[in-house]
Design a protein around this ligand. Structure first.
Ligand code: MG
Length: 282
């Protein structure tokens, strides 16, 4: 199933995309967090309403207001680790293949086709990061890597927009990752049953139509299973938790000279089977 959050008639709704992607069936549930926490997707989907054309609705981020900060992986593709260390070795060099965890505050995720805020008064080095995001469907504690797939509700795309000057200008990345308008998400959640675990999906990003990132989610240094096993050994993760699994090589800071974003730029993040997340820098 492909699940979306959308605006229709001034109301925010949750829906199920039709097989051809041209229509949405409203679901009898107030929002995506409630749907995930219910643990009752099959029953709720069985009560889907009559379809409306997608053209008559406005897509929002599938989880517009995450209940908690996004749990993020840094430096989780080898080629990206190398390009980042080349940009700033002090900030990004990583000697051992241990997972780098950080978090990203998201008061409101940016909708598909919505605007990335450039914060020109604060940010000079604005960058994009296409990422596969994992959404948990149940409480996760002491999860074994081999069972990690059972905890996943679905997958979406997140653009982990980053202010490189703010990110490296402080001891922690939190501020430079968490500005308003820094988390485009969508266009939908693909439920876990539709993607064999672990996901091996083509992932890419374009800026103004030019290919920048191109990789595959099978190339994660720290796999989803390893991450869930490690984190839940000491930290309970709740249903609706979003884990951004890291970005491949080809971000703006990886070029020589770097190619940062500016107002008017269009960023398209694509993952096979999920779709394209397209946003314009404002
Ligand atoms: Mg990232």
């Amino acid at each position: 199933m492909k699940l979306v959050t959308y605006l229709h008639g001034g109301a925010e709704r949750v829906g199920l995309l039709s097989a051809d992607g041209a229509a949405v069936h409203p679901l009898p549930c107030p929002d995506m967090n409630t749907l995930i926490e219910s643990g009752d997707l099959a029953d709720i989907a069985a009560r889907a309403g009559e379809p409306i054309p997608l053209d008559a609705a406005t897509l929002l981020a599938p989880i517009p207001r995450p209940r908690q900060d996004i749990l993020c992986l840094g430096m989780n593709y080898k080629a990206h680790l190398e390009e980042a260390a080349g940009y700033n070795a002090e900030a990004f060099a990583k000697e051992k293949p241990v997972a780098v965890y950080f978090s990203k505050r998201v008061s409101e995720a940016v909708a598909p086709e919505g605007f990335i805020q450039s914060h020109r008064e604060l940010v000079e080095r604005l960058d994009y990061e296409a990422e596969l995001a994992v959404i948990l469907g149940k409480t996760a504690r002491n999860v074994r890597a081999s069972e990690a797939g059972d905890y996943i509700f679905g997958y979406t795309i997140v653009n982990d927009v980053s202010a490189r000057d703010v990110q490296t200008g402080h001891k922690q990345w939190y501020f430079g990752k968490s500005l308003d308008g820094f988390t485009p998400m969508g266009p939908c959640i693909v439920t876990a049953d539709e993607i064999p675990f672990p996901p091996a999906l083509a992932i890419s990003a374009k800026v103004n139509g030019e290919a920048r990132q191109s990789s595959n989610t099978s190339l994660l240094i720290n796999s989803i299973g390893e991450v869930l096993e490690e984190v839940t050994a000491g930290m309970t993760l709740l249903p609706g938790t979003i884990i951004a699994t890291g970005t491949p090589a080809g971000v703006g800071m990886g070029f020589d000279p770097p190619r940062f974003l500016k107002p008017g730029d269009v960023v398209e993040c694509e993952i096979e089977g999920i779709g394209v997340l397209r946003n314009t820098v404002k």
